[in-house]
Design a protein around this ligand. Structure first.
Ligand code: KG4
Ligand code: ZN
Length: 325
């Protein structure tokens, strides 16, 4: 059984936490009913009931987790609380060529941009992250700046097809290292968003028409270049010859093509999450649960709660007898 978050958006763009939690509560019985109906599986036949427990919007996580744990008690099923990022990582289990570990994962979503080394037995170590906006968040904010629909990622990708990606030179922001130089595997996207804002303001001030397709294409190219360059550098430095790309932004065609092309030049193989499983979905949470249960005999305590934050390196703590929250 797969219970996962549903998103609600407003015309202004973005997810309103309180409304999203309320919608979860309203819709969860119908989602459950529909999932059982469409899969033609009785609840008694299900192996494991899982829900995302961290990180995310606490109101939404609470609805899924309480429902899952109630069903586990009612039907005597094992419960697994899943780390949302491990869920994204598990979307690659649905691709035809799952890589052997160790490999490097680029996880790019609306809330996270992380480089994660996955070793044997699926031990996860974060090697890089964004210090401000996540890549998907940058797409959403820039989409809003350009007057496009929410979420910004697919809208920018669509209009960028009509634009010239070399038209504007936008910055590739870096994070300074206290010891000097820059952090090689970390990201910053808020400066890029501000650069787009300044560009739009300049056109507005001069009374000129905003070249939306060109700005969208230039922005999309820079984001893809930054992600590809730093991911490949991280893979080479850590002797990893397989790269996995998952998360909502992994649906981006420019990023997918650029990653394959550039990695190929360095003899690195790229494994992309299936297009329909890049953005949030319940199948990836179920896959993560089955993997934990089958290969690691993991189960969560029914006392496990929810948390808005937990680094991916600490995902194993979700299966301890004394849960972390
Ligand atoms: O993984 P996801 O569904 O939710 C989170 O866990 O955050 O990712 C959603 C993000 C949004 O920011 C959305 O704009 C972005 O993924 N996204 C894309 C594309 N499709 C979705 N970004 C760029 N290109 C796309 N085709
Ligand atoms: Zn997600």
């Amino acid at each position: 059984m797969l219970l996962h978050k549903l998103k609600i958006t407003l015309s202004g763009g973005g997810v309103v936490p309180e409304l999203a939690a309320r919608k979860h509560l309203e819709l969860i019985p119908f989602v459950l009913e529909q999932a059982l109906e469409e899969s033609k599986i009785r609840i008694e036949e299900i192996d494991v009931i899982a829900s995302t427990v961290t990180p995310g919007l606490v109101g939404c996580l609470r609805v899924g987790s309480i429902t899952a744990r109630s069903l586990c008690t009612l039907y005597s099923k094992p419960f697994l609380g899943i780390h949302h990022l491990e869920g994204h990582l598990s979307s690659i289990l649905f691709s035809k060529n799952y890589p052997k570990s160790p490999f490097l994962t680029l996880l790019v979503s609306g809330g996270h941009t992380e480089l994660i080394k996955v070793s044997d037995r699926r031990e996860m170590q974060r090697l890089g992250r964004s210090y401000d906006d996540a890549a998907g968040e940058a797409f959403d904010k820039v989409g809003r700046l350009l007057g496009l629909s929410y979420p910004g990622g697919p809208a920018i990708a669509k209009i960028a097809k009509k634009g010239n990606a070399s038209k504007f030179n936008l910055p590739k922001c870096k994070i300074s290292d206290k010891k000097g130089g820059f952090l090689k595997y970390d990201f910053s996207f808020s400066g890029l968003k501000t650069a787009v804002l300044r560009l739009v303001e300049k056109f507005n001030k001069n009374g000129d028409e905003i070249p939306i397709p060109d700005i969208a294409a230039s922005f999309e190219r820079v984001v893809a270049e930054v992600l590809v360059e730093r991911t490949i550098k991280c893979a080479i430095d850590n002797s990893l010859d397989n790269i996995v790309v998952v998360g909502g932004v992994a649906a981006n065609d420019t990023l997918r093509k650029m990653m394959i092309e550039e990695a190929w030049k360095k003899s690195i193989k790229v494994h992309l999450a299936p297009l329909n499983l890049c953005t949030d979905n319940a199948a990836m949470i179920g896959a993560a649960a089955l993997f934990r249960l089958k290969f690691r005999q993991h189960e969560s305590s029914l006392e496990l709660g929810i948390s808005g934050r937990l680094p991916i390196d600490q995902a194993n703590s979700l299966y301890e007898k004394n849960p972390p929250f």
